[in-house]
Design a protein. Structure first.
Length: 602
C-alpha cells in the first residue's frame, strides 16, 4: 500500500477495543520518544503482531522474562489487561517467541485473573527461579475488533520508474556519503550507570537528504545522530527510504512513529498523510479523551491538518463532547477555537452559552475573569431568541460576574431580534460581517428534520429486484411505506428573529436511492444516495433579505456526525466511505439524515 501511491487501496488494520481502551488510546498519542519504562511495566517481544509475544517485565532498571511454571490463562489475562487488550486468548509456554535475555524476573506465578498488574499476583520473589531462558513464556491477547478502513486515491506527483530506481539506490547504499546513527535507550542501565543504547546506522546520500534542511546534510557534515524510542527504531529506515521513493507502507502501529519522525524532520507531506490516518479513529472513542489527546498531539507536532480534523470532529459532535468525561479537561484555547466556528452543531445558541457556563464553573477560579469574558464574547447573542435573552439575567450563573459583557451583547441581540435588517444596516455599531450575526448549525425544533435510512438498508441486500418491487409497490398499491419513510415535510419560520417568527415556510426533505426516485420528483441526481431539501412555499418575497444556507448532517448509526454537506440547487450528494472526501468513517454507510434549515440575513 502506498501513501503516495497510484490509486492503490490503503488497508489499515486498527486493533481497537471498546473496553479498557481509555488509557491505551490516551497513550497512543502521547509522545513516546525518550520515555523510560517504569517498574512493573510489561511488554511483548519476539513477534510481528502487537497483540502477542514473549512476556517481558521491567524491574530494577532492567527488562527480564517470566518462567513458565504456573503459567496459565489467568496470568495471561492479567498481562493482556495490563497491556490494555480486552483479554487473553492463550498462555504460551516456553520458548515459542524465542529466548529472552537479562534476568528471569518472575516464576511460579499465581494470579486470580482479576488483578490489574502482573506484579499484584502472587510470586516467590524477584529473580527467585530455577529456570533458564528456554522456558520464557508468552501470551496471545485478544484483539477482537478489527476496524478495517480503506482509503483510496492518494495522488502521485512523481514518476514511478524513478521512484523504484531511487529505492534501489538507497537499498544498495552505493556511493552513500551521509551516516544517520539511529539510537534508542533500551531502558536498561549499564554497570557504570549510563543508559544502554541500541542502534543502527543508515547510510544515505547527502544529495537526497539535503532537500530536508533539518538533516543538516548540506552543512558540510557527514553524519548525524538521532534518538528515537525503541519501538520506533524499525520504522526509521522506512522513513529515510521514503525520502528517496516517496512511497511507503503504513500500518496504524507505524503511523505514529512515522508522523513524529516526519514532523521532527519537517517532511510535511508524510506528516499530513499519516496524520489523516489518525483521524479515522476519532469516532471510536465516546469518552473524547482520544480526540483531545490527538488535538494536543497535533498542536505539539505542528500538524495543522490534523488539528483541523480534530477540531472539526469536536465541533460537529459538540453536544456529545459536553456530556463526555473529557469535557472539563478541555483547554481554554481549544474551547475558544470551538466557540469561534460556524460549523458548530448545537441545538441552539443558548445551549452553547450554558455549556460554557458549566465549563467555567467546573474549572472553578482557574480561569481569569478576562479569559472568561473573552470566551463569553464568542457566544452569538443575536442568535438567541428574545424570550431566552430575557431569562439570562435570572438563570445565567455568570451574569453577575460579567454584567457588562451580558448587557452589551443582550442589547445588540434585542436590536437584531426586533429591527429589520435594512434598519440595522444603517447603524454604525452594526457590522454585518461580524460572526455574531452568522448562524451556526442549530438542530433544535423547528429547524431540523431527520430521516433514518437504515430501514431501507436491510432491503437493499435483496438487490436490484427490490427496487423493481418498490416501484410496483409504489404505483400499484395505495400504501407507500418505503418512500414515505424517506421523505418528510416540516415547517420553519423564515428567520429566527422576532420579526419573522410568524412567517412560516414549508419544506420537503427527501432521500433518494435511485434515479427513478429522483425522476419522480423531476430532479436529476448524479449519484446515490442523494438528499434534497426544497421549500414548498414561495421564497421570492424574502429573497432580498434572507438567504438559506441549509446543511445536511449525516449521523453515523445515530451516534456521531461524520459528514456535513451544503445543498447545491436543493441537492446534496453523499460521499461513500470509499472516497477520500470522507474524513471520518461510517461502517456500512448507516446514516440518519438530518436536514437543517439555516436562514441568514443578506
Ligand atoms: C481480524 O483481521 C485478521 C486479519 O485480516 C483476521 O485474520 C481475523 O480473523 C480478524 N478477526 C476478526 C475477529 O474479525
Ligand atoms: C559506561 O560503560 C560503557 C560500556 O560498558 C561505555 O561505553 C561508556 O563510555 C561508559 N560510560 C561512562 C560515563 O563511563
Ligand atoms: C542540525 O544542526 C542544528 C544546529 O546546527 C542542531 O541543533 C540540530 O540538532 C542538528 N540536527 C540533527 C538532526 O542533528
Ligand atoms: C481559588 O479558590 C480557592 C478556594 O475556593 C482559594 O483557596 C484560592 O486561593 C483561589 N485561587 C485564586 C487564584 O483565586
Ligand atoms: C438607511 O440609509 C439609507 C441611505 O444610506 C436610506 O436611504 C434608508 O432610508 C435608511 N434606512 C432606514 C431604515 O433608516
Ligand atoms: C451522542 O449523543 C446522542 C444523544 O445523546 C447519543 O444517542 C449518542 O449515542 C452519542 N454518541 C456517542 C458516540 O456517545
Ligand atoms: C463501506 O464500507 C463497508 C465496510 O465497512 C463496505 O461493506 C461497503 O461496501 C462500503 N461502501 C462503499 C460504498 O464503498
Amino acid at each position: 500500500m502506498l501513501i503516495h501511491g497510484v490509486t492503490h487501496t490503503l488497508w489499515l488494520l486498527l486493533l481497537l477495543h471498546v473496553s479498557g481502551m481509555d488509557s491505551f488510546k490516551f497513550n497512543l498519542f502521547r509522545k513516546q520518544a525518550e520515555v523510560l519504562p517504569r517498574d512493573g511495566d510489561v511488554r511483548l517481544a519476539g513477534s510481528q503482531t502487537v497483540s502477542e509475544g514473549r512476556v517481558e517485565i521491567y524491574h530494577d532498571g532492567k527488562w527480564g522474562t517470566v518462567c513458565d511454571d504456573g503459567w496459565d490463562l489467568a496470568v495471561a489475562q492479567v498481562v493482556c489487561r495490563q497491556l490494555n487488550f480486552p483479554g487473553a486468548k492463550s498462555a504460551v509456554n516456553g520458548g515459542t517467541y524465542g529466548e529472552g535475555s537479562g534476568p528471569i524476573w518472575l516464576d511460579d506465578m499465581d494470579c486470580k485473573g482479576t488483578e490489574n498488574f502482573l506484579t499484584s499476583c502472587f510470586f516467590g520473589g524477584w529473580a527467585i527461579t530455577d529456570c533458564t531462558h528456554k522456558e520464557d513464556v508468552g501470551v496471545i491477547c485478544e484483539a477482537d475488533m478489527n476496524v478495517t478502513i480503506s482509503d483510496t486515491k492518494h495522488s502521485l506527483d512523481h514518476s514511478l520508474g524513478l521512484s523504484a530506481e531511487l529505492g534501489q539506490l538507497f537499498d544498495s547504499g552505493d556511493g552513500c556519503d551521509f551516516q544517520v546513527l539511529v539510537q534508542s535507550p533500551t531502558g536498561n542501565r549499564q554497570e557504570n550507570g549510563t543508559l544502554e543504547m541500541v542502534g543502527t546506522t543508515i547510510c544515505a546520500h547527502k544529495m537526497v537528504l539535503s532537500r530536508f534542511p533539518r538533516f543538516n546534510a548540506s552543512q558540510g557534515i557527514s553524519s548525524i545522530s538521532v534518538h528515537v524510542s525503541q519501538s520506533c527504531q524499525p520504522h526509521f529506515t522506512s522513513f529515510i527510504r521514503y525520502l528517496y521513493t516517496r512511497k511507503m507502507d503504513v500500518t496504524f502501529s507505524s503511523a505514529q512513529c512515522l508522523h513524529q519522525t516526519a514532523s521532527k524532520f519537517g517532511v510535511k507531506q508524510l506528516m499530513e498523510d499519516t496524520g489523516r490516518l489518525f483521524t479515522k479513529v476519532l469516532p471510536e472513542d465516546v469518552t473524547f479523551h482520544t480526540q483531545l489527546s490527538l488535538y494536543e498531539y497535533a498542536v505539539e507536532t505542528g500538524d495543522m491538518l490534523l488539528q483541523e480534523n480534530c477540531v472539526q470532529y469536536m465541533a460537529w459532535n459538540y453536544q456529545n463532547l459536553t456530556q463526555s468525561p473529557a469535557w472539563s479537561r478541555l483547554s481554554m484555547g481549544l474551547l475558544g477555537v470551538l466557540l469561534s466556528r460556524s460549523d458548530l452543531v448545537v441545538p441552539d445558541e443558548s445551549f452553547l452559552l450554558r455549556s460554557l457556563e458549566s465549563w467555567i464553573s467546573e474549572k472553578g477560579n482557574s480561569t481569569s475573569l478576562e479569559s472568561q469574558a473573552d470566551l463569553l464574547s464568542r457566544i452569538r447573542f443575536p442568535m438567541i431568541p428574545a424570550e431566552k435573552l430575557y431569562e439570562l439575567q435570572f438563570s445565567s450563573t455568570l451574569y453577575n460576574a460579567h454584567q457588562n459583557v451580558y448587557r452589551n451583547n443582550m442589547l445588540k441581540a434585542y436590536q437584531f431580534n426586533v429591527l429589520l435588517f435594512s434598519t440595522l444596516r444603517n447603524s454604525s455599531t452594526f457590522k454585518r460581517e461580524e460572526d455574531d450575526y452568522q448562524p451556526r448549525i442549530y438542530t433544535a425544533e423547528p429547524w431540523d428534520a431527520s430521516i433514518d435510512s437504515n430501514v431501507r438498508e436491510s432491503e437493499r441486500k435483496v438487490g436490484n429486484r427490490r427496487d423493481y418491487y418498490d416501484y410496483r409497490y409504489y404505483y400499484y398499491t395505495t400504501a407507500r411505506p418505503y418512500l414515505q419513510r424517506r421523505s418528510k415535510s416540516f415547517s420553519t419560520p423564515v428567520h429566527n428573529s422576532m420579526i419573522f417568527k410568524d412567517n412560516m415556510i414549508h419544506w420537503e426533505a427527501n432521500v433518494f436511492q435511485s434515479q427513478r426516485e429522483c425522476s419522480n420528483k423531476g430532479v436529476k441526481c448524479e449519484s446515490f444516495p442523494a438528499a434534497r431539501l426544497t421549500a414548498q412555499s414561495s421564497l421570492s418575497k424574502y429573497q432580498s433579505s434572507v438567504r438559506f444556507s441549509n446543511r445536511l448532517l449525516l449521523v453515523c448509526k445515530g451516534k456521531y456526525i461524520c459528514q456535513v454537506q451544503d445543498f447545491k440547487n436543493d441537492l446534496a450528494h453523499i460521499s461513500s466511505n470509499s472516497s477520500k472526501a470522507l474524513p471520518y468513517p461510517c461502517p456500512n454507510d448507516q446514516y440518519i439524515y438530518h436536514f437543517v434549515v439555516r436562514p441568514d440575513y443578506i
